[in-house]
Design a protein around this ligand. Structure first.
Ligand SMILES: NC(=O)c1ccc[n+]([C@@H]2O[C@H](COP(=O)([O-])OP(=O)(O)OC[C@H]3O[C@@H](n4cnc5c(N)ncnc54)[C@H](OP(=O)(O)O)[C@@H]3O)[C@@H](O)[C@H]2O)c1
Length: 290
């Protein structure tokens, strides 16, 4: 039986694997977060993979506090780069397959068409740079590996844009949201399901590849917020504002739409439209609890 280690499994994406694991009983899953397995601890990773005869590692652990990273490069680099390198070395040593998640923030946003995997990277933020460094470390070490770059991740779990809008939408009469950052949201449940489908297709896997994955569609954060408020029937006005009127420590790319042709063509997958997935996610945790 294939034995799968999911690191960072208390996070948005990691928790989606926990939910989906009951549907995939042909695999044995090991769910760990920093308490059980700190991915910066080389010896702990080595021992865990060896003792549990792990065949596949799915690395969902990351330093994701994009703005904090501007002041804490050391921690961001430790988790997003150094630890990824250690995971790659361990995967290579024990002949495991390593899945790793990266970000649209490796791009600078100057494109006028969706980014393909081979486009030139140029991160604007410390977070983006540490994620790019992690990609490079991993690809240089680990032959059996796949990196999936995704964007605007949200889920039922942890804190994210969706939950922030629901929370403040209920407390306030109006919210100001930027309309000049364009991208695509990604429901973490869809990403987790896609990774498990790819694992099922082991014969079709080409090693050492980067793929882009998000939901279908192209929107601004303003559109995303407006749809969240409309679907959940919250009474709150959403006002479009410019990024310059909402300054944050970490610069974001103004355009980071990912082209998903490579992953769709290679694995013959269909990706849900962003509005459909948003409704699924809201149904899973919001409407049932109202
Ligand atoms: N969130 C987004 O919008 C977004 C967009 C594009 C790409 N991504 C990428 O997608 C992946 C999944 O993101 P996510 O949103 O699911 O992240 P998340 O919710 O922040 O989850 C990451 C998990 O990793 C844990 N962790 C941190 N340091 C660790 C360590 N040293 N060892 C083990 N676990 C550790 C975190 O614990 P703590 O919470 O205690 O730190 C958290 O439970 C990441 O690679 C991220 O860079 C995310």
């Amino acid at each position: 039986m294939t034995r799968i280690l999911v690191t960072g499994s208390n996070g948005q994406l990691g928790n989606e694997f926990r939910i989906l694991s009951s549907k995939y009983n042909k695999y044995i899953f090991f769910f760990t977060d920093i308490e059980e397995l700190d991915i910066t601890d080389i010896n702990a990773i080595d021992a865990f993979v060896k003792d549990n005869y792990i065949n596949i590692i799915i690395n969902c652990a990351a330093y994701t506090a994009v703005d904090n990273a501007e002041k804490d490069r050391k921690s961001a680099d430790m988790i997003n780069n150094y630890a990824v390198k250690q995971l790659a070395l361990t995967a290579e040593k024990y002949n495991c397959f390593l899945f790793h998640i990266s970000t649209d923030y490796v791009f600078d946003g100057t494109n006028h068409r969706p980014y393909v995997e081979s486009d030139i990277t140029n991160p604007l933020s410390v977070y983006g740079q540490t994620k790019l460094d992690g990609e490079k470390s991993m690809l240089s070490i680990c032959k059996k590996s796949i990196i999936i770059r995704t964007s605007w991740l949200y889920s039922e779990f942890k804190n994210n844009f969706l939950k922030t809008i629901l929370k403040y939408g209920k407390q306030r009469d109006e919210l100001n949201i930027v309309f000049d950052q364009i991208g695509t949201p990604t429901y973490a449940g869809d990403l987790a399901e896609t990774i498990l489908e790819i694992i099922s297709e082991t014969k079709n896997i080409s090693n050492n590849q980067i793929y882009h994955f998000s939901n279908e569609g192209v929107i601004s954060w303003y559109d995303f917020a407006k749809e969240i408020i409309d679907i959940s029937k919250i009474k709150c006005n959403i006002n479009p504002i410019e990024t310059k009127d909402y300054p944050l420590p970490a610069p974001r790319p103004s355009y980071s739409v990912l082209n998903k042709s490579k992953i769709k063509n290679h694995f013959k997958i269909k990706i849900p439209y962003w509005k459909d997935s948003l409704k699924v996610c809201l149904k899973n945790f919001y409407f049932d609890k109202q």
